[in-house]
Design a protein around this ligand. Structure first.
Ligand code: ATP
Ligand code: SF4
Ligand code: MG
Length: 350
């Protein structure tokens, strides 16, 4: 967690976090989400879990999506695969992926082809989602067959190489069943399954949540390594701002289905503008290195039915709320490559 403490200390002077080396730098998003709203049918009616979200995944960068449980992170990420679960649906907006186009317009076979071949996805709790009845090797072969891969020997060869790169014994892992692997090993297998078909966009939903600190650090190192070696565009999702701070180039903060703040990770850690981001960081002892200074966020995040219908959605928990915050939702304020949605932070901004 050295990077967190460093960013907090140096006021963000380290600048934007790791980018591709000169010569490999490319500009423009690999994924563009525009005005996206995803709603679930509930006994109280159709309620949005993601509300008017716009964000880019910049090509070659790691974007970190952070927010408390229920903020809509997984719903947003699943929409990138056009895989919103029932009883949910996209009610507005678009998702465009480089080389694929409008993902929300794809169905059936063309959608299945894109999943895995263009977008690799490691699902939340994926360490428990391997098939318990088949060896890992058999699962790689099944994946290859389902995507019409002609040379399955080559596919297994690639799997062995990636397993070896990730510090695992390829022969043992390929011959193992899920229960014979540790959580960290299963998480690594999940990442390889997501990458084996040469996806250029990788989405990891809570890849370290169930792991101990040592395995967590190992998996984060592997994500960084694979990301840069395979020139990926990566989205990593976590409720733990420490994980995102450690690994992401850019950070996107979600609250109640909205993006409330976004920017380069080092800058955002050093000078958070939105009161929610400030609260998340203050609750994180790893930022300051002093557990005694951690201040938990007051209150609880809303569920779909209790999100305020008018004004700023963070108002019930916000220490800076004013009368005006109850009248309308704060619009985005954009300053350089940062943005935030807060009336008070906008008024404070230079
Ligand atoms: N299938 C569903 N039916 C009804 N509501 C749902 C469904 N899936 C998610 N939701 C609701 O949508 C909101 C966002 O859920 P989501 O799983 O996207 O949050 P999250 O940020 O990924 O949370 P966590 O950190 O716990 O994984 C929550 O209020 C959740 O209860
Ligand atoms: S707009 Fe108002 S209530 Fe919302 S985060 Fe800013 S100060 Fe708090
Ligand atoms: Mg989730």
């Amino acid at each position: 967690m050295a990077r967190l403490a460093r960013a907090a200390r140096d006021g963000g002077r380290a600048g934007a976090a790791a980018v591709l080396p000169p010569g490999q730098q490319v500009f423009g998003p690999a994924v563009r989400v525009q005005d996206l709203t995803v709603a679930f049918r509930t006994p109280q009616g159709l309620l949005p879990a993601v509300s008017g979200v716009s964000m880019d995944l910049v090509r070659g960068q790691i974007t970190g999506l952070v927010g408390e449980s229920g903020s809509g992170k997984s719903t947003l990420a699943l929409t990138l695969l056009n895989a919103v679960p029932d009883p949910g649906s996209v009610t507005a907006g678009s998702v465009t992926i480089e080389g694929v186009g409008d993902v929300l317009a794809l169905h059936g076979r063309s959608l299945r082809r894109v999943r895995g071949a263009s977008i690799g996805y490691v699902f939340q709790a994926s360490q428990n989602s391997l098939n318990p009845l088949k060896t890992v090797g058999k699962q790689f072969l099944d994946l290859g067959r389902s995507h019409g891969v002609g040379d399955l020997r080559e596919l297994l060869h690639k799997a062995r190489t990636l397993l070896d790169d990730m510090g695992l014994d390829p022969h043992r892992v390929l011959a193992s069943y899920q229960h014979e692997l540790s959580g960290g090993m299963r998480q690594r297998v999940g990442i390889i399954l997501a990458l084996i078909l040469n996806a250029h966009v990788l989405i990891l939903d809570e890849p370290t949540t169930a792991l101990d600190m040592i395995s967590q650090a190992a998996v984060l190192n592997i994500i960084r390594k694979v990301h840069s070696e395979q020139h990926l565009t990566t989205l990593i999702i976590s409720h733990d701002v420490g994980v995102i701070g450690e690994v992401a180039d850019r950070m996107v903060v979600m609250y109640a289905g909205r993006v409330v703040e976004e920017g380069p990770t080092t800058e955002l850690l050093a000078s958070p503008r939105h009161p929610y981001t400030r609260g998340l960081l203050a609750a994180m002892p790893r930022i300051t290195g002093d557990i005694g200074q951690a201040r938990p966020l007051p209150g609880r995040p809303p569920d779909l039915a209790s999100v305020p219908r008018q004004g700023c959605v963070f108002r019930p928990r916000c220490p800076l709320a004013t009368q005006a915050c109850g009248d309308a939702e704060p619009p985005d304020t954009v300053i350089g490559d940062r943005r935030f949605a807060c009336f008070v932070a906008a008024a404070e901004a230079p």
